[in-house]
Design a protein around this ligand. Structure first.
Ligand SMILES: Nc1ncnc2c1ncn2[C@@H]1O[C@H](COP(=O)(O)OP(=O)(O)OP(=O)(O)O)[C@@H](O)[C@H]1O
Ligand SMILES: [Mg+2]
Length: 504
């Protein structure tokens, strides 16, 4: 009988688009309906789920609208005109709940839409809300009408995930939250962190979770992440220094000679050998060698070339969050380091030397940009297409889906979309996310900070929710508080200003 009490209105009919249904209701019955609320209409074989997308009030309807409106919308207008406490909801069919094999199941679309005789539209029952929103054990947020939103661990990880939204919309905050929630399930997580913003999160995780924090180059207080120079060819060096062909060829010669002697060698040894060439070669060769030496000296000063590399088995372990902090390192070098690292992870996972892992790639458009091939593009495409089978789940975050490689983006079949305004980015979400209907796309520019929509195979009905603001761990990607910093700074500099005495 609970369901009778939930009735708030009735179906008026289909709107101008067939998937849109108009519902008449009155303020007293529905109370305040929150945005994106899902309502239900019971037919004899299923419960059709209708998400509120718009509330039409008399003032919203212009004469021109009226002229363009379908019959049912005209009817809606007439109803509105008669009673000021009545309004019309434009709703979207987003799924259905049907009894199959003695069990209620949720589906992405109804068998058909034929309004039941009763035409009753009701609020969801507790059980239905649970089916739609409470899907697992990762607690991520709350809907606008106060239902808890949880995501399933396996449902989320068995497909790659993209997290897309414009700057400041809350992507990194959500990633931090997901790490925190996944850590409760002993996850093995590796975060590629171009801005060092996940270090506070990892450092503040509960004690039970192990953490390994790596810094490239000379970052203090972190485990040193170095690349073994033995695994780097002259052409690799060329790739990220931009050295000329002559210098590359001399460098190649030097590296080959050292390898032939089966010698352990460091960056300094290569530089010493190049010096040798500078002093003992013909003029043109000496010039090429001196250029190569200068390039390598520059690289050596960054401190991320060594004679060993961190072991993958140490970096990726169950119940461990590892962060590779890369701030301050040139993009080309970040790409190169990631290529090498991801290839080793892929190999180790294929041989099952490490547990299944979640690889989080922040600012993914840097590492697999659309329309160009950078050194990390291939391995990211490989991981996107083949990684899943081997227990590698990618979380790919980007402000600019339009600038992200389309293979990588399209393999992320679970999508968490946050606020997006740019038309080109909206277009790429439209293309890559299966469930992104035109109505969904139109809502994205109006999203608030922290508002998210999760879509994908594990979510027959997409969930629109607010990411919860309480996190146990610290978020590193804080927005700059201009006002208070300027105020503080003014106070500080004012007190330092020399004041003229009143009388000289
Ligand atoms: N759900 C939330 N609750 C409270 N604060 C939030 C939430 N989401 C984001 N914020 C705050 O908003 C600011 C921006 O969030 P965040 O760093 O996650 O943005 P972003 O989408 O990663 O941006 P960018 O693309 O520039 O990295 C931060 O100060 C963060 O603390
Ligand atoms: Mg961010």
């Amino acid at each position: 009988m609970e369901e009778k009490n939930l009735i708030i209105g009735s179906v008026l009919g289909q709107a101008s688009k067939s998937e849109e249904i108009l519902v008449v209701t009155s303020l007293d019955k529905s109370g305040k309906l929150k945005k994106a609320t899902i309502l239900a209409h019971d037919t004899s074989y299923e419960t059709i789920l209708l998400q509120v997308v718009d509330k039409i009030t008399l003032s919203d309807v212009s004469e021109q609208d009226l002229f363009l409106m379908s019959e049912n919308e005209r009817l809606a207008f007439k109803i509105l005109e008669k009673s000021p406490v009545t309004y019309v909801l434009k709703t979207l069919i987003v799924g259905s709940i049907r009894l199959e094999e003695n069990q209620k199941n949720i589906f992405g679309s109804p068998n058909s839409f034929v309004a039941d005789k009763s035409r009753d539209v009701r609020k969801l029952s507790k059980e239905e809300k649970k089916m739609i929103y409470d899907r697992g054990s990762l607690e991520v947020g709350i809907t606008f009408d106060d239902s808890k939103v949880t995501l399933p661990v396996n449902g989320l990880l068995q497909r790659h995930l993209s997290i897309i939204g414009m700057t400041g919309c809350g992507k990194s905050f959500l990633i931090g939250l997901l790490c925190e929630e996944l850590a409760k399930h002993n996850a093995a997580i590796l975060l590629l962190d171009p801005h060092n913003e996940y270090l506070p999160m990892a450092q503040s995780l509960p004690k039970k979770t192990k953490r390994m924090l790596y810094g490239l180059g000379t970052a203090a207080g972190l485990n040193k992440f170095t690349l073994d120079v033995k695994n780097i060819s002259a052409y690799d060096f060329k790739h990220f220094t931009g050295m000329g062909d002559g210098s590359t060829s001399i460098l190649d010669q030097v590296i080959r000679e050292m390898k032939k002697r089966n010698q352990r060698y460091s960056m300094d040894d290569i530089i010493a050998q190049l010096n040798n060439k500078v002093n003992n070669s013909s003029k043109s060769e000496a010039t090429a060698a001196s250029w190569a030496r200068n390039y390598l000296q520059n690289l050596a000063s960054t401190g991320f070339f060594g004679t060993s590399e961190p072991k993958i088995g140490e970096m990726i372990q169950a119940n461990q969050v590892s962060v590779i902090a890369m701030s301050g390192i040139k993009e080309k070098i970040q790409q190169f380091i990631i290529t090498n690292l991801l290839q080793r992870i892929f190999d180790a996972r294929r041989k099952e030397e490490i547990p299944p892992v979640v690889l989080i790639v922040e600012e993914a458009h840097r590492f697999a940009p659309s329309g160009q091939n950078v050194s990390s593009s291939d391995i990211l495409r490989t991981l996107a297409t083949e990684g899943r089978k081997f227990g590698i789940c990618l979380f790919v975050a980007s402000q600019r889906p339009n600038r992200l490689d389309s293979t990588v983006l399209s393999q992320c079949v679970t999508n968490i979309v946050m606020k997006i305004k740019n038309p080109a980015d909206l277009a790429s979400v439209r293309e890559s996310a299966e469930n992104a209907t035109e109505d969904v796309i139109n809502q994205l520019p109006k999203f608030e900070r922290g508002e998210a929509l999760v879509m994908g195979e594990s979510f027959p009905v997409s969930i629109r929710f607010m990411v919860k603001s309480e996190r146990k761990t610290k978020h590193g990607g804080k927005s700059v508080d201009y006002k208070s910093i300027w105020k503080e700074e003014t106070k500080r500099t004012d007190s330092e200003t020399y004041e003229f005495p009143d009388e000289l």
